[in-house]
Design a protein around this ligand. Structure first.
Ligand code: GDP
Ligand code: IMO
Ligand code: MG
Length: 432
């Protein structure tokens, strides 16, 4: 039985992870966010109602599920409270079933101002961050000066440390970036009412998770971002500031690898990327328009248009290895409906090295030209199909070819945005 399952992205984020987490968390599991922050935007559609979560784990729409925001996540208390309220307005209540790690670093206003000021200063070389303060917050963690969620419990210490940190940031913001300064008293004033609300949620989440494991509970670990946005394994410097690959689960929760039973990589049936950086299969033609329009490819966090392209199986094979994937979940298959032909990038031309994906490390992505295999498309709608046998032959062929290239099975196929638009090829919880 596969109890503890990791669900993470194999591309550049927005693969549809949130929907899959929601689908697999239906029966009383724990669901854990372990890295990233509110740069994530995970979309859930239940009975045509859309909810976008940035910080709260996606499985929480199921009333019997317990959510954990673990130590690897950078937490904006303001964003958290907004999300808790938004959920309450939608009759989803988090009391006694959402816990936040003591050790998670906080994102406060100075991180956001710094993120914005840095991007501005980079000019045309900007990274295209989400402007949510993610990079500066992780910098504080590594520099050992971060305020952490647990610090919210002691107002006096919080106030004096906040004053010092804001002084440090104001010096850089004003003198170097010519940006506006920040008043720590305003940050404190905004924080105090929030602390009252979240006080009891602040816990040792590692302990909670170890107990859940002891009690044989199912745990879903919900990745944010995707493999090639990882700080170590992504297209540096066009990456986020956390480990969105498998290692992030362990460092971000305090759970060891022996407790992970299954690792699913979520892969869009094509590719998208939001923000700047290399994208070998990027398209600028009518196919891009098709993906954009049919796939509604707008960022869930910033509303920016996502760049689109064909499926890149070369980097996907790398993602399989980096994350030790047990299987793949292919999402948005329905977006390919109606295309005459469909392409998969199976190699790169002009790659100077033995390792074709080394462009990710060497910054020589401009010289990379994708080489494609072409397959016939299908005209029949796949939207909402629940059984693999009901898919058009050409769609099954496409799925089979991805399995063949990556050498991992495809366990789940998503055929639409709604929770019910899904093909479970194998029952992950009950299979041996
Ligand atoms: P995440 O960040 O990986 O959770 O993905 P996002 O929520 O940012 O982006 C995925 C988008 O695709 C959302 O708008 C989802 O509602 C939508 N989506 C997810 N799965 C499918 C699918 O199989 N078909 C279609 N058409 N849309 C999907
Ligand atoms: P989910 O979890 C897609 C991208 C940003 C930018 C880069 C760095 O919804 O898949 P950051 O604000 O993290 O410093 O920005 O990373 N990015 C994402 N792209 N999906 C995400 O999350 C992302 N989170 C960050 O666009 O290019
Ligand atoms: Mg997203």
């Amino acid at each position: 039985m596969k109890k503890n399952i990791v669900i993470l992205g194999t591309q550049w984020g927005d693969e549809g992870k949130g929907k899959i987490v929601d689908c697999l968390t239906s029966d009383g599991s724990y669901v854990v966010r372990y890295q990233g922050g509110h740069n994530a935007g995970h979309t859930l559609v239940v009975n045509e109602k859309k909810i976008i979560l940035h910080l709260v784990p996606s499985g929480l729409l199921h009333n019997n599920v317990t959510g954990i925001i673990a130590n690897g996540v950078v937490v904006s208390p303001l964003e958290l409270i907004k999300e808790i309220k938004m959920l309450e307005e939608n009759n989803v209540f988090t009391r006694k079933r959402l816990f936040i790690s003591n050790s998670a670093p906080l994102i406060l206003q100075y991180h956001i101002e710094m993120d914005i000021a840095r991007e501005k200063r980079l000019g045309i070389n900007l990274l295209g961050t989400t402007g949510r303060g993610i990079g500066p917050a992780y910098e504080d963690k590594i520099a050992r000066r971060a305020l952490r969620v647990g610090d919210l419990k002691n107002e006096k210490v919080l106030s004096s440390r906040l004053e010092k940190i804001v002084e440090y940031y104001n010096h850089q913001l004003v003198s170097f970036y010519k940006h506006k300064s920040i008043d720590y008293k305003i940050i404190l004033k905004d924080l105090l009412p929030i602390i009252d609300i979240i006080h009891d949620m602040i816990q040792d989440t590692t302990y909670i998770l170890h107990n859940a494991i002891k009690d044989n509970k199912k745990i879903i670990f919900e990745g944010a971002q995707g493999t090639f946005l990882d700080i170590d394994h992504g297209s540096y410097p066009y990456v986020t500031s956390s480990n969105s690959t498998i290692g992030g689960v362990m460092t971000g929760t305090g759970i060891g690898p022996k407790n992970l039973d299954y690792i699913i990589g979520v892969t869009k049936a094509y590719s998208t990327r939001v923000g700047y950086g290399p994208f070998p299969t990027e398209l600028f033609d009518d196919i891009d328009k098709h993906f954009f329009k049919k796939g509604h490819e707008f960022g869930s966090t910033t509303g920016r248009k996502r760049r689109t392209g064909w499926l890149d199986a070369v980097s996907l094979c790398r993602a399989v290895k980096i994350n030790s994937l047990s299987s793949l979940c292919i999402t948005k298959l329905d977006v390919l409906d109606g295309l005459k032909e469909i392409k998969i990038c199976t190699s790169y031309q002009n790659s100077q090295t033995l390792n074709p994906t080394s462009f990710l490390e060497n910054n020589d992505w401009d010289s990379i030209k994708p080489v494609y295999e072409t397959y016939p498309g299908w005209t029949k709608k796949t939207l909402g199909i629940n059984k693999i046998k009901d898919l058009p032959y050409e769609a099954r062929n496409y799925i089979n070819r991805i399995e063949e290239i990556t050498q991992v099975p495809i366990d789940i196929i998503s055929t639409g945005p709604d929770r019910s638009d899904i093909i479970l090829v194998r029952d992950l919880f009950y299979m041996k």
